[in-house]
Write a protein that binds this ligand. Structure first.
Ligand code: ADP
Length: 399
């Protein structure tokens, strides 16, 4: 019971007693009753706990006091204390979720969720999954606990992010399995065909089929390699980077390897490093991989024979690395999703070029691990620039 209710009850009693005395024609007696009652009310008022504490009564007796407002501050989850159906206290997270006005409201009006109303009408202690409070795709786990006769505490733990993460994990496994299954199905199909194509005149067919199988097997190997890279970069997420790296020579090395492997004409791929580039704290293998993925994409999605530039410069206290191609560009609506795993603008073109859809996801994780930023700028029909900014180390490299 609340102190304000006790005080109101006493005030009414005083008025009734004084009124009765007046009615029977004893004004002096009425004054005496009023003074005595006022003194009694004052004594009871003084004995009440300060505001914000609650008397909990069992079998008509005051049994204990509970610091209820303090209880709801013990959690960052939204927490509410119900006195019957009335919201007696709500913590900051609950006020943010349902609005600042909910204290003293009936919870059925404040929360307005039929599943919650049904759930709280039962005595169950099993938590309830609630979808749609505070936004149509938000998810909460609701716990309700009776903390004293007539009083219940509700806790709503936000499970939205955990659900998104779970969903991503499920999608990832489904996508990876699908990506592996497709070339595997092709290989199995050709093996079955080859088993029957063993006549000498079928040599040319056998050679063609074996060529296709080799291509599909390589695709599977690339996918497994990319999956392993991604998981390694994620596993290394929190390990510190202490090695000071000169990114210019790494870029030269990666560009030379790709130019040789792809037999590129001179000047197709150029590295332009400004003088006095600052070192960065980095992981050499990961910076190589980042460059490899970006340059390979520039080749895959660039137009034949157009130049690809890798520019390195210092900008304030950052190292800026640009990989620029003159390809078909990327329509703006795809840009925000480009670094998602298995996201491709044109899946057919990506697969035809040996793409796995994981290259930019790996790049993003490497950039994050190096506390850098990735910016993608693209104009359809003109080309694309991938820009990476890495924090520069202030000390120059000793060698
Ligand atoms: P993929 O293995 O398919 O190349 P990535 O993760 O490296 O996967 O890239 C994702 C998608 O981004 C590609 O499928 C392609 O559609 C697009 N993309 C990446 N780099 C470029 C680029 N330089 N020019 C145009 N599109 C690109």
């Amino acid at each position: 019971m609340q102190s304000s209710r006790v005080a109101i009850t006493f005030a009414i009693l005083i008025l009734i007693a004084a009124g009765a005395a007046l009615a029977i024609g004893h004004p002096g007696f009425a004054i005496t009753i009023a003074v005595a009652s006022a003194a009694g009310a004052f004594a009871v008022w003084m004995s009440l706990p300060p505001d914000g504490q609650n008397l909990v009564e069992t079998s008509g007796e005051t049994e204990a006091t509970l610091p209820l407002p303090a209880v709801v501050t013990l959690t960052d989850d939204a927490a509410i204390i119900l006195d019957g159906n009335r919201i007696a206290h709500a913590n900051a997270a609950a006020l943010a979720l349902f609005g600042p006005h909910i204290e003293d409201e009936d919870y059925r009006l404040a929360i307005r969720h039929p599943a919650v109303t049904d759930y709280l009408a039962t005595e169950t202690t099993e938590p309830l999954d609630v979808i749609g409070i505070g936004g149509s795709d938000r998810r909460f786990l609701l716990h309700a606990l009776t903390i004293a006769p007539g009083y219940r505490m509700l806790r709503l733990a936000d499970r939205t992010q955990a659900h998104v993460t779970d969903q991503m994990r499920t999608d990832f496994v489904a996508n990876a399995s699908h990506e592996l299954r497709t070339p595997l199905a092709t290989i199995l199909g050709f093996i079955e065909t080859l088993q029957d194509a063993n006549r000498p005149e079928e040599a040319a067919v056998r050679a063609r089929f074996l060529g296709i199988m080799l291509g599909e097997a390589r695709r599977m190997r690339q996918l497994v390699d990319d999956l392993l890279s991604l998981s390694r970069v994620e596993a290394d997420r929190f390990s510190p980077l202490r090695e000071p790296l000169a990114v210019g020579p790494i870029a030269e090395e990666v560009a030379a390897t790709i130019a040789t492997a792809e037999a590129l004409p001179p000047k197709r791929l150029t590295v332009n490093a400004a003088p006095n580039l600052p070192p960065v704290a980095g992981d050499r293998a990961q910076i190589s991989q980042l460059l490899h993925n970006l340059i390979s994409n520039a080749l895959k999605y660039g137009r034949a024979d157009t130049p690809i530039r890798i520019d390195l410069a210092r900008e304030a206290n950052e190292l800026r690395l640009d990989v620029i191609d003159q390809g078909d560009g990327i329509p703006p609506e795809h840009l925000p999703r480009l670094t998602e795993r298995f996201y491709r603008v044109d899946p057919g073109r990506s697969r035809a070029g040996g793409g796995t859809g994981l290259g930019l996801a790996i790049v993003k994780h490497i950039v994050e691990r190096h506390r850098g930023r990735l910016e993608i700028d693209s104009t359809v029909g003109v080309g694309t620039r991938f820009r990476i900014r890495l924090p520069a180390l202030s000390e120059p490299l000793s060698s």
